[in-house]
Write a protein that binds this ligand. Structure first.
Ligand code: HEC
Ligand code: HEC
Length: 223
């Protein structure tokens, strides 16, 4: 192969890697933690009103519409990270980008603080109890190097520290969608690819089953 061709080929091979950016610009350093601790939920509530967040997330962060996404009771650190990722286009959503693009970090922290004070939706009483799914939730699958969902998302699915979101009480459709997005790599704002590496080997059946384990009850009228 002529030298120039070879060089071009090598460069082409490296383009995707060279372009690989950090999955998120958010770091939970002391400045960020201080800002989150000092965030003002009252100002957050005002911002939520003017930003019309209720149009897509329900009046108090919980919606009866299965196409919506429940955000009440999410930890402020997780919500803040997502809002920042939308603003930085690390997580791709036109709707969310439009909702946050004029806001600064303090305002995003205030919004996150407001939603964190609200009562979260609960998982459906008749939730999926399939033993294979419970095993993934509480034990994981060492053969596939899948850690227990509960180790990061909490025993009760109410989330963990920093960027570990609550899953319990979320809309089923959204859980399926996000797991598939991580599986396909369409959502890649998870630092250290922690979720992508879990979702990678999950089957469609397991994704449905896990969503049915964590999901909120859908009101009959909306079914
Ligand atoms: C026009 C509809 C719409 C509006 C208005 C809207 N959102 Fe969203 N929101 C969405 C959609 C759709 C997603 C999921 C997008 C995706 O898949 O990444 C989302 C995702 C989120 C998430 C991440 C949820 C998660 O579990 O990761 C948060 C937090 C959030 N929105 C907060 C807000 C706040 C705060 C406002 C108001 C400032 C707002 N949204 C306004 C549609 C909307
Ligand atoms: C090693 C830790 C870890 C494990 C194990 C893990 N997750 Fe996650 N998960 C995360 C992190 C971190 C995020 C948030 C990534 C981000 O957006 O910053 C996440 C996000 C998610 C989301 C998207 C939530 C939302 O509101 O958008 C779903 C759904 C999810 N995980 C389901 C699962 C399931 C089901 C399992 C078990 C099969 C699991 N996770 C195991 C760390 C983990």
């Amino acid at each position: 192969m002529p030298r120039l061709m070879m060089l071009l080929t090598i460069m082409a091979l490296f383009v995707p890697r060279a372009g690989a950016e950090p999955s998120s610009a958010v770091a939970f350093d002391s400045a960020t933690l201080r800002m989150l601790a000092n965030a003002d939920p009252v100002r957050g509530e005002e911002l939520a009103q003017t930003g019309k967040c209720y149009k897509c997330h329900g009046d108090a962060g919980v919606s009866e519409d299965p196409d919506d996404i429940n955000i009440a009771g999410m930890s402020s650190s997780y919500a803040y990270k997502q809002l920042t990722d939308y603003l930085d286009k690390k997580r791709d959503s036109r709707d969310m980008y439009k909702s946050v693009r004029k806001l600064d970090a303090r305002q995003l922290a205030d919004l996150a603080a407001w939603y964190a004070t609200l009562e979260p939706a609960q998982p459906a009483p008749q939730r999926n109890r399939d033993p294979a799914i419970l095993r993934l939730v509480f034990k994981g699958d060492p053969e596939r190097m899948i850690k227990a969902c509960a180790s990061c998302h909490g025993r009760r699915g109410r989330g963990g520290q920093f960027d570990h979101p609550a899953l319990a009480g979320q809309q089923r459709e959204y859980l399926v969608l996000s797991l598939n997005e991580f599986k396909e790599g369409d959502r890649d704002n998870d630092i250290y690819a922690r979720m992508r590496s879990v979702a990678e080997t999950l089957t469609e059946e397991e994704i449905e089953g896990l969503a049915a384990y964590y999901a909120t009850a859908v009101p009959e009228a909306a079914q």
